[in-house]
Write a protein that binds this ligand. Structure first.
Ligand code: ZN
Length: 556
């Protein structure tokens, strides 16, 4: 009798706790107090001071600075009482970065029954190798136009319709259908609209290569950006058993128009066809062969992870993962002052510092959170989200047990703002938590002002979303308290032009940490609420990542 009464009492208590936690933004006073003590100017500034120092040499992958940064971060977690959260009970998860420099031919030739055409390297086409072997080649492959190259069951959209494109070169449009607000979130670029998706989609179908038709509106940037970003060495994770195409190509709109014309087709007509869900692949009367050598290099780096085990016997197998990349560009080309060290203070010593402050807050809680917390500093972000991608392919928790990811890339060093930008708003139940916490600070949560640019897919949280984990990512606000309207945007634009990815991204005395304290506090409180809630967060019904989540939950 006593036992069942006790059970009844504790069940009631649980219900009360759950009901309290169900009101998003409701943070108990002791938890808020802990955050106040742990997330301060000093706890944020100190890690930035060391990580962005010249002694850490810009933290380029596989350099001495990289090793120092990893050592610093893992010892900082150890001092806070965290357990090694990497592989084999170490603090790290090591992986190789493969560099591939493709030596492409000056012209790429296509022949058909009615004509032939050559595309000029750089002026007409740009490509990277899809394979990590010394030679890549395509032999006598037919061309086929596959529209957007998208298969999205949630929008009843399938550009392939079961067509056999094995061994073929696929010509594709960039972006995703953006003319109908009910399709692919309207003008918001979903993952289906990113070039990475296009190449993966082609590989899944066994294609030999891809040519994406570049237009400035559909890419979001001019041809020169394609030229500069694909002209040098491409960095990847080592090939595992995933399908791969031989060649990842781009063509200018003009070159694509000429190419398709030589193959008896008209680009404008094909674009019109591609805008219908009834679209089927259109064979182009051209075949092509291409062969080129690759210079391959390999270096090794590592993610750093610390674990705070949860207190609930059941829920501690589930985890909230905080991520921030620790790498930057190392030592490189000098700027006009002769500085060669790319210190990366904002990008991303500031993110690492926020994670350490959040880690400190969790460690200082009077009661351990119910779910576990993993603090994950990922490597190789600047080479293409490689560390987070590696973690997502080799996770230390089953994806179906990862409750959420909260990612920090950058930090506000200009003072308090009335707003906070949520990149990827409208996707999951995390929005309600974020909104409530931001409003509790007397601020407002605003969606990403450039949803067509697809920023949600360009930072480490995307690696988690892709394996189905609901993920939160904030960008700084722009409405600064005590500053005139437009000041924030002006500061941001100047920063992008003069500091972003340059040796001048350094800590200095002008940094104001008041805004960063608030932004880090929101991340801590959001994570705490997720660790305590009975249910894990979920994608909104019909979201592009919902299917991956269902699969992950079923497999857990
Ligand atoms: Zn970054």
């Amino acid at each position: 009798m006593t036992v069942s009464l006790r059970m009844f009492a504790s069940a009631t208590l649980l219900i009360v706790t759950a009901a309290t936690a169900a009101a998003p933004g409701d943070i108990p006073a002791p938890v808020a107090q802990v955050a106040k003590g742990a997330i301060t100017r000093d706890t944020l500034r100190a890690p930035i001071r060391i990580l962005a120092s010249d002694e850490f040499e810009g933290r380029g992958p596989a350099t001495r600075g990289d090793a120092l940064a990893r050592l610093y971060l893992s010892t900082a977690l150890e001092a806070l009482g965290y357990l090694p959260g990497g592989e084999h009970r170490t603090w790290e998860q090591g992986f190789d970065i493969v560099g591939i420099k493709a030596k492409l031919p000056a012209t790429w030739d296509f022949k058909g029954k009615s004509g032939s055409i050559s595309l000029k390297l750089s002026d007409d086409y740009i490509a990277g190798s899809g394979v990590q072997t010394p030679t890549a080649s395509i032999t006598d492959a037919p061309l086929v136009f596959v529209g957007y190259g998208i298969e999205a069951p949630e929008y009843q959209w399938d550009d392939f319709k079961g067509a056999d494109v094995k061994g073929k070169v696929l010509v594709m449009l960039n972006n995703d259908p953006d003319w109908d607000p009910k399709l692919f979130a309207g003008s918001t670029r979903l993952y289906y609209g990113r070039w990475t998706y296009k190449y993966e989609s082609a590989a899944r179908h066994g294609a030999a290569g891809v040519i994406i038709v570049h237009t400035t509106p559909s890419a979001g940037y001019p041809w020169q950006v394609v030229q500069s970003s694909w002209g040098g060495t491409q960095f990847e994770l080592p090939a595992e058993n995933e399908p791969r195409i031989q060649l990842k190509g781009w063509a200018t709109e003009d070159a694509a128009r000429r190419l398709l014309k030589a193959g008896g087709a008209d680009l404008d007509q094909l674009v019109t066809l591609a805008r219908s869900p009834k679209f089927r692949p259109v064979p182009i009367d051209l075949r092509t062969s291409i062969r080129f050598e690759n210079d391959i290099s390999r270096v090794r780096t590592a993610n750093v992870a610390g674990l705070l085990p949860g207190s609930d016997p059941q829920l501690k197998d589930e985890v909230v993962i905080y991520s921030a990349h620790h790498d930057h560009f190392g030592i490189g080309e000098p700027d006009k002052t002769g500085d060669k060290i790319y210190n990366g203070a904002e990008d991303n010593a500031a993110g690492c510092a926020q994670l350490l402050a959040i880690a400190r807050a969790f460690a200082a809680l009077p009661e351990r959170p119910r779910r576990s917390v993993l603090i994950l500093f990922v490597a190789g972000e600047e080479q293409g989200l490689l560390g987070s991608k590696y973690y997502s392919l080799h996770p230390t928790f089953a994806p179906g047990k990862i409750a959420a990811n909260i990612n920090y890339d950058g930090g506000n060093f200009l003072g308090r703002t009335r707003d906070l930008t949520q990149v990827g708003a409208g996707k999951s139940s995390l929005d309600a938590i974020a909104k409530a916490l931001v409003e509790k600070q007397g601020r407002r949560l605003v969606p990403d002002q450039n949803p067509d640019k697809g920023y949600y897919y360009r930072s480490d949280q995307f690696s988690f979303a892709k394996i189905g984990v609901p993920a939160l990512y904030f960008d700084e606000g722009t409405d600064y308290i005590g500053k005139p309207a437009g000041w924030g945007k002006q500061q941001h634009d100047e920063w992008t032009e003069h500091i972003y990815h340059q040796p001048s991204d350094q800590l200095n005395d002008s940094w104001n940490f008041d805004g960063m304290i608030e932004d880090a506090t929101i991340g801590f409180e959001a994570g705490w609420l997720i660790t305590q809630a009975d249910a894990m967060p979920a994608w909104n019904p019909g979201d592009e990542f919902e299917a991956a989540r269902k699969k992950a939950i079923a497999a857990r």
